[in-house]
Design a protein around this ligand. Sequence first.
Ligand code: HEM
Length: 567
Amino acid sequence: MADHQLSLRAQLLDCLTIGRVILSIILFFIGSFVLDYTWRPSYPSSIPMVGHGRGLVNTIRNIANYMFHYREWVIEGYEKHSKSDRAFIIPASLSRPHDIVLPRSQTAWLLERPDHIVSAHEAHNDVLYSDYNLLGRENARTTWYNRVIHKFLARNLPVLVPGLDQEVSHSVDVAFGAGTTPDDYKEVNLWNAWLGVVPQVTNRMLVGRDICRNEEFNKSMVAFVDAFVLNCLILNLIPKILHPVFGRLVTTPNWWHWRKATKHSVPVIEKRLRDFARKEAGDPAYDSWTPPEDFITWTIRLAKAENATAELDPYTISKRLLPIQFAAIHTTVLTGHGVLLDLLSSDPADGVLEGLREEAARVLAEDGEDGQDGQDGQGGGRRWTKNALARLYRLDSAIRESQRVSNFSATLVERKVVAPEGLTNPAEGWHVPQGAYLTFNLQGLHHDPELYDRPEEYDAFRFSRPREAYEALPAEKKDPEEGLRLKKLGMVTTGDAHLAFGHGRHACPGRFFVAHELKMVIAHLLLNYDLRHLTGERPRPKWVGGTIIPPTEATIQIKKRKAATAA
Ligand code: HEM
């Protein structure tokens, strides 16, 4: 019997060659892909498709070419179908169903569907693999953090501006300005400099001034969002059926980075909860205490108002911060990076930098306020206010124009059909089942010559010229309706031809904050530093599927200005 067992084991081991193991793994993956594929929602054949088209061979070609040709397919689809008001299908990555790209004329129709018919949240979760990246289903499925931001952020901006201004001055002077003198230009890596600014400024709003300058906390959060993006790229290539295993495996670093951050955030959250409790208990030491305005305070207020006690757990609060860190950090760094590359690649003869600097100095003098000496180690000088920032029309336009022409996504505003009965398109008559994905053609819209004059050109003051012309009119010639129309040229206004922040009721609720942040950063740079124009072509990004890979190697030349105009 023992001999028999031994020989069976020997035979099995003989069969187990490296070649056979590799072949089995390949067959297992192919089988998983086939299963995945058969479970995908099927789309009507009346909707045209770009890429290599339908059928088994073409499907394999689509999968092989998705990484390198997605953006070209988006452009091709815009010309062939979107411009004739027709939807088209665009192939997706290996692990995701295809997207249906809707024409501009159907924007309002889709975005007005209720959330129980087409869901933004579910679409975002699927595209971002949030069940894994956000440390589990519970944190991915909740819309709590979304509600906190929608409810509190924009209305608290006037109160937040002075603190943000301090973080901007401090972080820009460290990340861009360290070691600069008025005598010579210094070379700075632009991507790393923005990464030195955005987490600190964003976290002033999220977790307050006690932690926003903490290097380990900020590094952990940046590492978390970096891991998040990398995991999305990896999971795009793995069959969905295997995600419960691979999703957990590849997102292990996310847990590690979150844990590291909690060392700093949880004690602050616990203290805030204690402070709230003592104030509520009538502790006389807290008579004049008011909580700082930040995400921690807002989430405590909302949880108390709604009796949502689970939301008051310090570790839960620290997890709710993660989706916001993801939504806020890379998007803002990408945008700021793009704006400076566009500005510094503009023709020096056009005087764009000088125009922006003149505006910033004038508005700060007129509408800024005097800073107090010694605030957080900052000197006095003029400080920004919400009203002053609202008057930076040129800078606002320079940012909006960069978001238009240097778009960081080819398609945007993803929605998933969640209604069990599916969705019928009234304009074209087709019907798609539950699980279908719909989106819009950002690339095509932002570069359409019928919507924008000379669409490929970065025209920094495209949106501010009419606003400035209106401002210069004598009061009796100003038509308030025209004034309102021109206000909509501002960077926070979304529309069916400008989708950088999405559109409709799920449009980015952080955009008002971003507008303040980016304006303060760029104004501080221009008022305190000289920036050299780039020579040659603007460094170009690369695209992997629908994901942009920015030119992170790009550097700029910067030196301290002789006569700095602001603090
Ligand atoms: C330049 C920076 C940013 C860009 C370009 C950007 C862009 C976007 C886009 C395109 C969406 C999806 C809209 C849709 O599907 O309709 C979105 C959603 C969102 N963003 Fe931003 N975002 C930025 C910064 C921020 C910041 C700083 C925050 C938070 C403070 C934030 C919080 C959110 C949230 C919570 C959502 C989900 C909204 C919802 O589903 O209702 N974003 N953002």
